[in-house]
Ligand binder design. Structure first.
Ligand SMILES: Nc1ncnc2c1ncn2[C@@H]1O[C@H](COP(=O)(O)OP(=O)(O)OP(=O)(O)O)[C@@H](O)[C@H]1O
Ligand SMILES: [Mg+2]
Length: 310
C-alpha cells in the first residue's frame, strides 16, 4: 500500500447473513490514474468487493478509504468521488437519456453543467439519442447510458462491473476505447471481468480473485512474463519413432507423428537449457529445419491459477 493510492482496501472480509464468507482478508491499493482489472470466476467476490468500496455493502471486517476519506465515517465525501456502473442493467424507464443523466448528477448535489453532460453523452455515442426514451434502447445502449450516468457527477474513480457482458464484439472494442480515453483524461478505473482478453487488452495491473481471496496483484506485463511458460518447437528433418535416451533429461515431448520436438522452459530461469539441448541434438546427429517459440497467454496463466482442486 502506498500513500499515493487513491483507493486503499485494508484487511477487508465479508460474511453475508447466510454465513457465506465472500471475502477473506483482502488488502489492495489502487493507484491514481491506473486501469485495474479484477479478474476472477463467477462467485469469486468481485461484485462484493466493489460494492463495499462504493458503500452498497458493509464489510464485516477491515477498512476502506477513498482519497483519504473513510467510506463509513465519511461516506458522502467518499461516494462523491466514485462513479459506479453496476453489473445488472436496471434502466428501463420512460425517461429520456438526457433527463436521466441530469437526474443522476443532481443526486450527488452537483449544480447543473450542460457542457459536461453533453461531453459525457458524446463520449459514449449517445448524444444523438439524448431525447430517446430509455426503454426503447438495446442492451448495449443501456450499458453505455449506465456509464454516462456514472460519469455525470464528474467522479475521479470509475468502477465498471463486467462492463462488456452481453455486448457484441464491435461495441466491446468501442467500450475499450472509451475506457482508455477516460484513463487518459485522468479517471482511475477499476473493472471486473471474467474475459481474460479484456484484462489483457486494457489493464495496467491485474488482481486475480478466487473464492474470496485476492491471490495475486501484478503489473500485467510482469504477470505475463513471470507466469508465462515458453515453448520451443523444433521441426525435425527426419521423424523420430521415439525419444533418444540421451535427450531424456530435457522433458521433451515428441509430437506430430515424431516430426516435432516440443521443449518447455522457464523464461525466468538463469539458464533456459536451450543451448544444452541444441548441443545434444547436434551430437546425436538429429537435424532440424526450423524452430520457433510460443509464449502462453494470460488465459492459460489464469486457468492455471484458479484451477479447482481435483
Ligand atoms: N446478498 C448476498 N447474500 C448471500 N450471499 C451472497 C450475497 N451476494 C453475493 N453472495 C455470494 O457471495 C459470493 C460472491 O458473489 P459476488 O457477486 O461478489 O461474485 P462475483 O465475483 O461478482 O461473481 P460474478 O462473476 O458471477 O459476477 C457468491 O457465492 C454469492 O453467491
Ligand atoms: Mg459480479
Amino acid at each position: 500500500m502506498e500513500s499515493s493510492d487513491i483507493v486503499s482496501i485494508e484487511s477487508v472480509s465479508k460474511t453475508y447473513d447466510t454465513g457465506f464468507k465472500a471475502l477473506r482478508n483482502v488488502t489492495l491499493g489502487i493507484r491514481r490514474g491506473e486501469i485495474f482489472a479484477l479478474l476472477g470466476p463467477n462467485g469469486a467476490g468481485k461484485t462484493t468487493l466493489i460494492s463495499i468500496v462504493c458503500g452498497l455493502v458493509n464489510a464485516t471486517e477491515g477498512k476502506v478509504t477513498v482519497n483519504g476519506h473513510d467510506i463509513v465515517k465519511d461516506y458522502r465525501a467518499a461516494r462523491s468521488l466514485i462513479g459506479l456502473v453496476p453489473q445488472e442493467l436496471t434502466t428501463d424507464s420512460f425517461e429520456s437519456v438526457l433527463g436521466t443523466v441530469r437526474f443522476s448528477r443532481g443526486l450527488f448535489g452537483k449544480g447543473p453543467n450542460p457542457a459536461h453532460l453533453e461531453r459525457v453523452l458524446r463520449d459514449v455515442w449517445l448524444w444523438d439519442r439524448k431525447d430517446d426514451e430509455i426503454r426503447t434502447h438495446s442492451g448495449g445502449m443501456k450499458r453505455r447510458l449506465l456509464i454516462a450516468k456514472a460519469l455525470s457527477h464528474e467522479p475521479q474513480i470509475l468502477f465498471l462491473d463486467e462492463p462488456t457482458a452481453g455486448v457484441d464484439v464491435e461495441l466491446r472494442k468501442d467500450m475499450w476505447g472509451t475506457v482508455r480515453e477516460l484513463r487518459d483524461s485522468g479517471v482511475t478505473t477499476i473493472l471486473t471481468t471474467h474475459y481474460i482478453d479484456e484484462a489483457e487488452e486494457l489493464a495496467d495491473r491485474i488482481g486475480v480473485i478466487n473464492n474470496g481471496e485476492l491471490i495475486l496483484v501484478e503489473e500485467k506485463t510482469r504477470l505475463m512474463r513471470m507466469l508465462g511458460k515458453k515453448q520451443m518447437t523444433i521441426e525435425l528433418h527426419e521423424p523420430l519413432s521415439e525419444l533418444p535416451e540421451r535427450l531424456g533429461g530435457f522433458g521433451l515431448e515428441l509430437v506430430n507423428g515424431g516430426s516435432e520436438l516440443v521443449f518447455t522452459y522457464d523464461t525466468q530461469a538463469d539458464r533456459t537449457g536451450i543451448t544444452a539441448l541444441l548441443d545434444e541434438l547436434n551430437d546425436a546427429n538429429i537435424g532440424f529445419r526450423d524452430l520457433h517459440t510460443t509464449q502462453s497467454s494470460l488465459e492459460e496463466i489464469f486457468v492455471n491459477l484458479v484451477k479447482r482442486p481435483t
